[in-house]
Design a protein around this ligand. Sequence first.
Ligand code: FAD
Length: 163
Amino acid sequence: MTIAQESLQPSNQPQNKHQKARGLKPESPRPAKELCSECGLCDTYYIHYVKEACAFLNQQIPQLEQQSHGRSRDLNNSDDLYFGVHQQMIAARKQEPIAGAQWSGIVSSIACEMLTQGKVEGVVCVQNTAEDRFQPLPVIARTPEEVLAARVNKPTLPQIFQF
Ligand SMILES: Cc1cc2nc3c(=O)[nH]c(=O)nc-3n(C[C@H](O)[C@H](O)[C@H](O)COP(=O)(O)OP(=O)(O)OC[C@H]3O[C@@H](n4cnc5c(N)ncnc54)[C@H](O)[C@@H]3O)c2cc1C
Protein backbone atom coordinates (compact mmCIF):
# COMPACT_ATOMS: atom_id res chain seq x y z
CA MET A 1 0.00 0.00 0.00
CA THR A 2 2.85 2.36 0.85
CA ILE A 3 5.06 3.11 -2.13
CA ALA A 4 7.48 5.76 -3.24
CA GLN A 5 5.90 7.93 -5.88
CA GLU A 6 8.41 7.19 -8.62
CA SER A 7 7.64 3.48 -8.44
CA LEU A 8 4.08 4.19 -9.63
CA GLN A 9 5.36 4.44 -13.19
CA PRO A 10 6.07 1.07 -14.87
CA SER A 11 9.85 0.83 -15.00
CA ASN A 12 11.87 1.10 -18.22
CA GLN A 13 8.85 2.18 -20.26
CA PRO A 14 8.53 5.52 -22.05
CA GLN A 15 5.67 7.24 -20.26
CA ASN A 16 3.65 7.87 -23.43
CA LYS A 17 3.83 4.31 -24.84
CA HIS A 18 0.79 2.96 -22.99
CA GLN A 19 -1.13 6.22 -23.39
CA LYS A 20 -1.83 5.29 -27.01
CA ALA A 21 -3.73 2.17 -25.88
CA ARG A 22 -7.50 2.26 -25.26
CA GLY A 23 -9.31 0.67 -22.34
CA LEU A 24 -12.03 -1.86 -23.13
CA LYS A 25 -15.73 -0.96 -23.06
CA PRO A 26 -17.52 -2.47 -20.03
CA GLU A 27 -19.35 -5.12 -22.09
CA SER A 28 -16.25 -6.23 -24.06
CA PRO A 29 -14.76 -9.67 -23.40
CA ARG A 30 -11.73 -9.53 -21.11
CA PRO A 31 -8.32 -10.97 -22.05
CA ALA A 32 -8.47 -13.42 -19.11
CA LYS A 33 -12.02 -14.46 -20.14
CA GLU A 34 -13.90 -16.33 -17.37
CA LEU A 35 -10.95 -16.03 -14.99
CA CYS A 36 -11.14 -12.20 -14.99
CA SER A 37 -11.61 -10.66 -11.52
CA GLU A 38 -12.52 -7.20 -12.94
CA CYS A 39 -9.52 -5.55 -11.30
CA GLY A 40 -10.00 -2.56 -13.64
CA LEU A 41 -6.66 -2.64 -15.50
CA CYS A 42 -8.31 -3.39 -18.87
CA ASP A 43 -10.68 -0.43 -18.45
CA THR A 44 -7.66 1.87 -18.75
CA TYR A 45 -4.83 2.40 -21.18
CA TYR A 46 -2.74 0.19 -18.91
CA ILE A 47 -4.30 -2.66 -20.89
CA HIS A 48 -1.13 -2.12 -22.93
CA TYR A 49 0.66 -4.20 -20.26
CA VAL A 50 -2.04 -6.86 -19.74
CA LYS A 51 -0.13 -9.85 -21.09
CA GLU A 52 2.65 -9.17 -18.65
CA ALA A 53 0.64 -7.78 -15.72
CA CYS A 54 -2.51 -9.94 -15.53
CA ALA A 55 -2.04 -12.67 -12.91
CA PHE A 56 -4.45 -14.90 -14.83
CA LEU A 57 -2.47 -14.65 -18.07
CA ASN A 58 1.03 -14.60 -16.64
CA GLN A 59 1.67 -16.33 -13.31
CA GLN A 60 4.92 -14.89 -11.97
CA ILE A 61 4.43 -15.09 -8.22
CA PRO A 62 7.78 -16.76 -7.37
CA GLN A 63 9.72 -14.26 -9.52
CA LEU A 64 7.89 -11.22 -8.09
CA GLU A 65 8.32 -12.48 -4.53
CA GLN A 66 12.02 -12.94 -5.19
CA GLN A 67 12.23 -9.43 -6.67
CA SER A 68 10.29 -7.78 -3.82
CA HIS A 69 11.38 -9.80 -0.80
CA GLY A 70 14.62 -11.48 -1.83
CA ARG A 71 13.05 -14.94 -1.62
CA SER A 72 9.94 -16.78 -2.72
CA ARG A 73 7.53 -18.33 -0.21
CA ASP A 74 8.48 -21.59 1.47
CA LEU A 75 5.76 -24.02 0.37
CA ASN A 76 6.58 -26.32 3.29
CA ASN A 77 5.83 -23.57 5.83
CA SER A 78 2.03 -23.28 6.28
CA ASP A 79 2.17 -19.60 7.35
CA ASP A 80 4.30 -18.73 4.30
CA LEU A 81 1.98 -20.75 2.09
CA TYR A 82 -1.14 -19.00 3.36
CA PHE A 83 0.05 -15.44 4.09
CA GLY A 84 3.09 -15.15 1.78
CA VAL A 85 6.66 -14.06 2.48
CA HIS A 86 7.02 -12.52 5.94
CA GLN A 87 9.61 -12.15 8.69
CA GLN A 88 7.40 -12.16 11.76
CA MET A 89 3.67 -12.19 12.41
CA ILE A 90 2.18 -10.38 15.39
CA ALA A 91 -1.30 -9.53 16.63
CA ALA A 92 -1.51 -5.92 17.81
CA ARG A 93 -3.85 -3.04 18.43
CA LYS A 94 -3.21 0.61 19.16
CA GLN A 95 -3.49 1.76 22.78
CA GLU A 96 -4.94 5.04 21.52
CA PRO A 97 -7.16 4.03 18.59
CA ILE A 98 -7.82 6.39 15.70
CA ALA A 99 -11.52 7.21 15.81
CA GLY A 100 -13.34 5.96 12.73
CA ALA A 101 -10.52 3.63 11.56
CA GLN A 102 -11.33 0.06 10.58
CA TRP A 103 -10.02 -1.45 13.81
CA SER A 104 -7.56 0.61 15.81
CA GLY A 105 -5.89 2.37 12.86
CA ILE A 106 -2.51 0.60 12.62
CA VAL A 107 -2.41 0.81 8.81
CA SER A 108 -3.13 4.56 8.86
CA SER A 109 -0.56 5.13 11.64
CA ILE A 110 2.22 3.31 9.74
CA ALA A 111 1.42 5.36 6.62
CA CYS A 112 1.48 8.64 8.61
CA GLU A 113 4.83 7.72 10.21
CA MET A 114 6.41 6.84 6.86
CA LEU A 115 5.34 10.21 5.50
CA THR A 116 6.45 12.28 8.49
CA GLN A 117 9.80 10.42 8.68
CA GLY A 118 10.34 11.15 4.97
CA LYS A 119 10.59 7.45 4.06
CA VAL A 120 8.05 7.96 1.25
CA GLU A 121 6.80 10.99 -0.69
CA GLY A 122 3.26 9.72 -1.00
CA VAL A 123 0.98 6.89 0.07
CA VAL A 124 -1.62 5.33 -2.21
CA CYS A 125 -4.82 5.39 -0.16
CA VAL A 126 -8.47 4.76 -0.85
CA GLN A 127 -10.75 7.52 0.32
CA ASN A 128 -14.49 7.50 -0.42
CA THR A 129 -16.56 9.87 -2.53
CA ALA A 130 -18.59 12.62 -0.88
CA GLU A 131 -21.83 10.93 -1.95
CA ASP A 132 -21.14 7.31 -0.98
CA ARG A 133 -19.10 5.90 1.91
CA PHE A 134 -18.57 2.67 -0.09
CA GLN A 135 -17.51 4.31 -3.38
CA PRO A 136 -13.68 4.06 -3.53
CA LEU A 137 -11.68 7.17 -4.43
CA PRO A 138 -7.97 6.37 -4.90
CA VAL A 139 -5.64 9.21 -3.91
CA ILE A 140 -1.93 9.74 -3.38
CA ALA A 141 -1.84 11.12 0.16
CA ARG A 142 1.06 13.51 0.73
CA THR A 143 0.11 14.59 4.26
CA PRO A 144 -0.99 12.67 7.39
CA GLU A 145 -4.33 14.46 7.16
CA GLU A 146 -4.92 13.00 3.68
CA VAL A 147 -3.98 9.53 4.98
CA LEU A 148 -6.41 9.88 7.88
CA ALA A 149 -9.16 11.00 5.49
CA ALA A 150 -8.79 7.55 3.86
CA ARG A 151 -9.14 5.54 7.08
CA VAL A 152 -11.59 2.64 7.23
CA ASN A 153 -12.08 -0.18 4.77
CA LYS A 154 -14.13 0.31 1.59
CA PRO A 155 -15.07 -3.28 0.78
CA THR A 156 -14.43 -3.05 -2.95
CA LEU A 157 -11.55 -3.05 -5.43
CA PRO A 158 -10.43 0.51 -6.27
CA GLN A 159 -10.16 1.63 -9.88
CA ILE A 160 -6.67 1.82 -11.36
CA PHE A 161 -5.04 5.25 -11.42
CA GLN A 162 -4.86 7.06 -14.77
CA PHE A 163 -1.59 8.99 -15.04
C1 FAD B 1 -11.50 -5.09 0.00
C2 FAD B 1 -10.80 -5.48 1.29
C3 FAD B 1 -11.09 -6.71 1.88
C4 FAD B 1 -10.46 -7.11 3.05
N1 FAD B 1 -10.76 -8.32 3.59
C5 FAD B 1 -10.14 -8.72 4.71
C6 FAD B 1 -10.42 -10.01 5.28
O1 FAD B 1 -11.25 -10.75 4.76
N2 FAD B 1 -9.75 -10.38 6.40
C7 FAD B 1 -8.83 -9.55 7.00
O2 FAD B 1 -8.24 -9.93 8.01
N3 FAD B 1 -8.55 -8.34 6.48
C8 FAD B 1 -9.18 -7.90 5.37
N4 FAD B 1 -8.89 -6.68 4.82
C9 FAD B 1 -7.87 -5.85 5.45
C10 FAD B 1 -8.40 -5.15 6.68
O3 FAD B 1 -9.55 -4.41 6.39
C11 FAD B 1 -7.30 -4.21 7.14
O4 FAD B 1 -6.30 -5.04 7.69
C12 FAD B 1 -7.82 -3.24 8.19
O5 FAD B 1 -8.51 -2.23 7.48
C13 FAD B 1 -6.70 -2.63 8.94
O6 FAD B 1 -7.26 -2.01 10.09
P1 FAD B 1 -6.78 -0.56 10.54
O7 FAD B 1 -7.58 -0.19 11.76
O8 FAD B 1 -5.30 -0.54 10.64
O9 FAD B 1 -7.27 0.25 9.25
P2 FAD B 1 -7.24 1.81 8.88
O10 FAD B 1 -6.15 2.51 9.70
O11 FAD B 1 -8.66 2.29 8.97
O12 FAD B 1 -6.73 1.78 7.40
C14 FAD B 1 -7.46 1.15 6.35
C15 FAD B 1 -6.63 1.38 5.07
O13 FAD B 1 -7.22 0.63 4.00
C16 FAD B 1 -7.23 1.45 2.82
N5 FAD B 1 -8.36 0.97 2.02
C17 FAD B 1 -9.65 1.06 2.30
N6 FAD B 1 -10.40 0.48 1.36
C18 FAD B 1 -9.54 0.03 0.40
C19 FAD B 1 -9.71 -0.67 -0.84
N7 FAD B 1 -10.92 -0.99 -1.29
N8 FAD B 1 -8.60 -1.01 -1.51
C20 FAD B 1 -7.37 -0.70 -1.05
N9 FAD B 1 -7.15 -0.03 0.13
C21 FAD B 1 -8.23 0.31 0.84
C22 FAD B 1 -7.41 2.86 3.33
O14 FAD B 1 -6.89 3.81 2.43
C23 FAD B 1 -6.59 2.84 4.62
O15 FAD B 1 -5.24 3.16 4.34
C24 FAD B 1 -9.51 -6.25 3.66
C25 FAD B 1 -9.23 -5.01 3.09
C26 FAD B 1 -9.86 -4.62 1.91
C27 FAD B 1 -9.51 -3.28 1.28
